[in-house]
Design a protein around this ligand. Structure first.
Ligand code: PMT
Length: 224
């Protein structure tokens, strides 16, 4: 059984890969299954927190007891998260959010045509960046980073550019890490410059490990 060490705290977790519509039947998305985010939501519940799970489409059932907010696009996730952020103590962004969306969403199914088809993309809001801007000193903000190259450099950059308290970086090129699998291999990057490499572990165990770290950060006021 887990300690109720997050009792009285509100935790919001995002999960899954956003879908960015092209036309009524097609979308752009990514390989996120939602497993990492759902494991975090389940761990927070087990530890006594009040949990909101803002989820892009997945094939998983939400852990019993969470408040589920289902969204599809990055823009919808942005709105759902921003509205709820002021009331949260801890926010963890495990979702794989599309950086770009089709600039024009066709109102009818796009027909096959001669030659190539160009799809113009425009930027989505960076939810995590916005949260970092609005964060109060008693709120803890945890980001994820999915990298395929220069993991440490990119992780340090994201931790500071997005004003995070903790960044969980997965090297998604390693077998057993990142998208789709039941396990993950991550490095934790702290604000004080520390970096910690964790071995391959089940996403459920990793989720509890992340909450151990969050508890520690909050108890030393290190999270500001
Ligand atoms: O869902 P699973 O199959 O279990 O896979 C887990 C995972 C690989 C998806 C997860 O562990 C993970 O790494 N999630 C973040 C993936 C990602 O989008 O990384 P990124 O480096 O592109 O983004 C960095 C951070 O900014 C993330 O916390 C992301 O949620 C956030 N972001 C990104 C873009 C954007 N427009 N808004 C954001 O908030």
């Amino acid at each position: 059984s887990s300690p109720a060490d997050f009792k009285g705290l509100k935790v919001l977790v995002t999960a899954g890969g956003t879908r960015e519509p092209i036309d009524p039947v097609r979308y752009i998305s990514n390989r996120s299954s939602g497993k990492m985010g759902y494991a975090l939501a389940a761990a927070a519940l087990q530890r006594g927190a009040k949990v909101t799970l803002v989820s892009a489409p997945t094939s998983l059932s939400p852990p019993a007891g969470v408040e589920l907010v289902s969204v599809e696009t990055a823009q919808q996730m942005y709105e759902a998260v921003m509205e709820r952020f002021p009331a949260q103590d801890i926010v963890i962004k495990a979702a794989a959010v599309a950086d770009y969306r089709p600039k024009i969403v066709a109102s009818h199914k796009i027909k096959k045509q001669e030659g190539t088809l160009l799809l113009e993309l425009e930027k989505n809001p960076d939810i995590l960046y916005e949260l970092g801007q609005r964060k109060k000193s008693d709120q803890t903000l945890v980001g994820f980073a999915a990298e395929t190259e220069e993991l440490e450099k990119n992780a340090h950059y994201k931790l500071h550019a997005k004003n995070l308290d903790l960044l969980v970086a997965n090297d998604v090129t390693r077998p057993g890490a990142g998208f789709g699998s039941d396990t993950n291999i991550v490095k934790l990057f702290y604000r004080d410059g520390r970096m910690q490499s964790l071995p391959l572990m089940d996403k459920k165990m990793l989720a509890h490990r992340i909450f151990d770290v969050i508890r520690e950060l909050r108890s030393t006021g290190n999270s500001n």
